[in-house]
Write a protein that binds this ligand. Structure first.
Ligand SMILES: Nc1nc2c(c(=O)[nH]1)N[C@H]1C(S)=C(S)[C@@H](COP(=O)(O)O)O[C@H]1N2
Ligand SMILES: [Mo]
Length: 233
C-alpha cells in the first residue's frame, strides 16, 4: 500500500472507459482495497491505529470519515410501509436488544474474530413501520452520501441481521460507522453498511449496492459467494 488513494472520480472514469469488465474476482478485491482503504493506510501500516478497536481495517469509499452526534442522529424507515417512522438513537436503544459474539469477515480476506455486537433486529425495526405485503426487500442508505446496500425481506428478517449501536461493548465509533451501522452476520462485510441513515422498503429489486455494481455478489453469503470458500461466521 503506497498510501495514495484512488478517488471515486478516477474509478468512475475507469468504468467509463470500459475497464468495468475486469472489476471482478481478485481485481474487484484489489479495487476495494485501493478505494476503501485510503484512511486506513495513512499510518503506513494498513490499519488505523488511532481507534480503540484496532483489529479492524477502517473502510470508507468516500475517503473520509463521517459523523453525526447521538442527539442529531435519525434513522428513517420509509417506502412500502404502513407508517413511515423516524427513530432517534434513544428510540433504538429503548427497543429489546439483541447481543451476539460473531466474526466480521471482509471479502478481501481479513477477518476479525469474536466481535461483541449489540443492536436491535432489523426485523423489529421494520415491524415498527409495518412492511407492506409482497415487498421485495430493503434498500439501505448511508449518510456518507455514497454507499448503498440491499437485502431481500427474507435476509433482512434474519435474527443475525441487526441495526447495531455497540461493538466490543462500546458505542459504535464514527470510524466504524456510528452511531448506528448494520451488521449482517452471515454475509461479507460490505453488506454491513456504515453510518446508516435510511431504510427504504421496496416492492421490486432495486439497483444493486455500491460494491455489487462493481462486481461483488448481491447475495454475499460467507463461504458461498464471490468464489470464496471461507468458513461461515
Ligand atoms: N458507508 C460505508 N459502509 C461500509 C463501507 C464503506 O466504505 N462505506 N465498507 C464496507 C466494507 S467493504 C467493509 S469490510 C466494512 C468495514 O467495516 P469497518 O470500517 O468498521 O472495519 O464496512 C462496510 N460498510
Ligand atoms: Mo469489505
Amino acid at each position: 500500500m503506497d498510501g495514495k488513494p484512488i478517488g471515486r472520480r478516477v474509478v468512475l472514469g475507469m468504468m467509463g472507459t470500459g475497464v468495468a469488465g475486469i472489476l471482478f474476482g481478485s481485481k474487484a478485491a484489489d479495487l476495494m482495497e485501493r478505494v476503501v482503504a485510503p484512511i486506513a493506510s495513512r499510518d503506513g501500516t494498513g490499519f488505523l491505529s488511532l481507534f480503540p478497536v484496532g483489529r479492524f481495517r477502517i473502510y470508507t469509499v468516500t475517503g473520509r470519515l463521517h459523523s453525526r452526534s447521538d442527539a442529531e442522529y435519525r434513522l428513517a424507515v420509509n417506502g412500502a410501509v404502513n407508517t413511515p417512522v423516524t427513530f432517534t438513537l434513544d428510540d433504538i436503544r429503548a427497543m429489546p436488544p439483541t447481543r451476539m459474539t460473531k466474526d466480521f469477515q471482509c471479502v478481501t480476506g481479513w477477518r476479525v474474530h469474536d466481535v461483541k455486537w449489540t443492536g436491535v433486529r432489523l426485523a423489529d425495526v421494520l415491524d415498527k413501520a409495518g412492511v407492506k405485503d409482497g415487498s421485495w426487500g430493503v434498500r439501505l442508505f448511508s449518510f456518507d452520501g455514497s454507499y448503498t446496500e440491499t437485502l431481500t425481506l427474507g435476509q433482512a428478517r434474519r435474527d443475525d441481521v441487526i441495526v447495531a449501536y455497540e461493538m466490543e461493548g462500546k458505542p459504535v465509533s464514527s470510524a466504524h460507522g456510528g452511531p448506528v451501522r448494520l451488521y449482517v452476520a452471515p454475509m461479507y462485510g460490505y453488506k454491513s453498511i456504515k453510518w446508516l441513515e435510511t431504510i427504504e422498503v421496496v416492492t421490486t429489486e432495486p439497483r444493486a449496492g455500491y460494491w455489487e455494481v462493481r462486481g461483488y455478489d448481491t447475495d454475499a453469503w460467507i463461504g458461498k459467494s464471490n468464489g470464496r470458500d471461507d468458513r461461515p461466521v
